[in-house]
Every structure is written in structure tokens, then in C-alpha cells.
Design a protein around this ligand. Structure first.
Ligand SMILES: C[S@@+](CC[C@H](N)C(=O)[O-])C[C@H]1O[C@@H](n2cnc3c(N)ncnc32)[C@H](O)[C@@H]1O
Length: 168
């Protein structure tokens, strides 16, 4: 799903030890909060730095001509506004942003949908990644969007959504 949006450089934020960086072609690099994961990833040969979603200056490590992507890491950030706003400040270096992340979805109405939203609330997981992105049509052009594509970790309540966009 990420293939059409890859760039010369591909950056995963919240990348853990860099597992996903091994799955895609390109000059791949990542940022991760856990120093242990960064150290392990470096031992495995990955280009990693310590990174905290909440620090706007941490996003400066993003390289020119990059696709930035996330996989189940924004799920752990209750409010995604700081992330999107910080990425926007780096927009001249970013070709595409691609998220594979769970989030609260206000339009969920059926039983499994309501259970997924409840699961997010009980775990204090992300509430607004998709509603914030789709509301910022002034700065964002969404190019692909699919809800509830897979459930990782054999957990049907923590389902992954997919969105790809570029900044205007
Ligand atoms: C479920 S793991 C996913 C790791 C990786 N993306 C993968 O798919 O293998 C969530 C990751 O988000 C990272 N994370 C949590 N809070 C973060 C923050 N404030 N800044 C950066 N990374 C964070 C965690 O340390 C962890 O590595």
C-alpha cells in the first residue's frame, strides 16, 4: 500500500528498532522514543535517532525528499495535532505522509465499530488522527484513505487505518 508513495528517502517515526525499514526499498531511516530500541536498531545496521513526537524541534532530522510514515505508533498519542502541525513545518522536505494507525473514528456506528472506539478510549489511545487530517483541507490533500484494513496482534479491536496525503 505504501509503494506508490515511497521516495528516495523514507522515514518511519515511532519505528521501534526498525523492523518496517527492512521491508521497503530506499534510503530508509527512523526516529524512535525508546533509547533501547534505537541502540538495538543501530546494532542491526539501521539509521536511527532518538525522537519524541511531542518535541517540535525533533522533526528537524527529516531529510529532503522524504516520505514520512508511521505504523501503530500514533495510536499511543491521544492527540495527533502536535504531530501534523510539526510535520507541516517540515513540508518542504516531505513528498508524502503515510499512516498505518488505529484511531477513534466518529463515524463508527455498528457493534464492532463502537467496540473499537471504546477500546481506544479505555487505553487512552489516539482520538483524532483522521478527523484532524481530514478537517485540515487548507493545508492537506488526502490521496488515499481506507478504514479498518487489518487488525494487528490478533486484536480485532485495535484495527489499522490507512491514509496517504501531501501538504499543499
Ligand atoms: C506498537 S510500537 C510500533 C513500532 C513500529 N512502528 C513497528 O510497527 O514495529 C509503538 C512505538 O511507538 C513508540 N512511541 C511511543 N510514544 C512515542 C513518542 N512520544 N515519540 C516517539 N515514539 C513513540 C514506542 O516507543 C514504540 O516503539
Amino acid at each position: 500500500m505504501i509503494k506508490p508513495y515511497l521516495s528516495e528517502n523514507n522515514c518511519e517515526l515511532g519505528c521501534g528498532y526498525g523492523f518496517n525499514l527492512e521491508l521497503i526499498k530506499g534510503n530508509n531511516y527512523g526516529g524512535e522514543y525508546s533509547q533501547y530500541a534505537v541502540d538495538l536498531g543501530k546494532r542491526l545496521g539501521h539509521d536511527l535517532v532518538q525522537f519524541n513526537y511531542y518535541n517540535e524541534s525533533d522533526y528537524d532530522f527529516i531529510k529532503l525528499n522524504s516520505t514520512v510514515f508511521t505504523v501503530h505508533s500514533i495510536e499511543q498519542m491521544p492527540d495527533a495535532k502536535v504531530i501534523i502541525d510539526s510535520l507541516y513545518k517540515q513540508k518542504d522536505k516531505i513528498n508524502y505522509v503515510v499512516h498505518f494507525d488505529p484511531s477513534f473514528l466518529p463515524h463508527r456506528k455498528n457493534f464492532i465499530g463502537k467496540a473499537r472506539n471504546k477500546y481506544i478510549e479505555l487505553n487512552d489511545y489516539n482520538r483524532n488522527l483522521y478527523s484532524y487530517i481530514t478537517s485540515r483541507t487548507d493545508i492537506i490533500e488526502v490521496v488515499a484513505l481506507e478504514y479498518d484494513i487489518i487488525s494487528m496482534q490478533i486484536n480485532p479491536l485495535n484495527s489499522t487505518n490507512f491514509i496517504a496525503y501531501k501538504f499543499k
